[in-house]
Design a protein around this ligand. Sequence first.
Ligand code: C2E
Ligand code: MG
Ligand code: MG
Ligand code: MG
Length: 292
Amino acid sequence: KAKDLGRNGYQIFDAEHDRQSRSRLQSLQRLEQALVQGELQLYYQPKVNMRDGQIVGMEALMRWHHPLRGVLPPGAFLPEVEDSQLDIRLGEWVIETALQQMALWRGEGRVLSVSVNISAHHLQQSDFAARLASLLDAHADVPRGMLEIEVLESTALSDVEHVGRLMQTCQALGVRFSLDDFGTGYSSLLYLKRLPADKLKIDQSFIRGMHESSDDLAIVQGIIGLSEAFSRELVAEGVETVEHGSLLLHLGCDVAQGYGIAKPMPAGEVVAWCRHWHSPPQWQGARKRWSQ
Ligand code: C2E
Ligand code: MG
Ligand code: MG
Ligand code: MG
């Protein structure tokens, strides 16, 4: 009797497993179709230096203009793609699209560097550097040194030494690296020690909690200290309020990204945004107060 139950249980699990992999396959096929049909688009969110108001660059963030469901954020469809071949195709599309966009902006008189989000899975492909080099060659009109790669720590890097060497190879091509969501992923400190990343991005959860939680504040201060000790540049994510910005300036983090500066926007709005951007006077006030 117990044996029957066990067998049934197994069959039920099997059917469920089957249903899940069929539905994953369907979403992958649908997303591939979206890519081919041009339903995917990159939005861009500015990163600015709060101390002098300088625009440091843009982060490219993927959106899906779904014909039925409207504009979807990556959280609604990218998790399905993780570790698939499509993940790599999407990543290459993102790099290619960002390079094209930089060339277009340059034509409009705006030289902007762009960072793209690349999964650990994609980064660990053995031909990553070679493919990146040929994409850069195909866009010789984009000045070298303008492309940045944000490495997502949501999955562990299986071979940190390999990724370290890969980063050096890509850096020789003029590509820069940042560790995204720093402090939340796998073994951040090990990565900081072993990977020659140029930049750390403080995760928005710590920024959000900074005013209420002494733990979050301590983490933000700790990351700022680490960035100085390891001579890495720093960006704070999720800066929503003048209070966030002022406190970060006070603590020594000058570069910020967040809704308090601008929400991610379509490429066509970026040049006009840059023209009208000026840092909030409150930040300048805060700076004067603290620098006395
Ligand atoms: P991320 O790289 O950490 O990007 C920051 C996310 O925070 C973006 O969400 C952005 O819209 C959002 N954000 C920015 N400022 C604020 C703020 O002040 N408050 C709040 N609450 N949120 C803010 P988004 O665009 O939904 O992207 C989510 C994540 O999806 C990204 O996190 C990144 O990990 C991933 N992603 C985005 N585009 C791509 C892509 O092209 N390829 C890959 N592999 N992943 C991507
Ligand atoms: Mg990012
Ligand atoms: Mg992030
Ligand atoms: Mg994130």
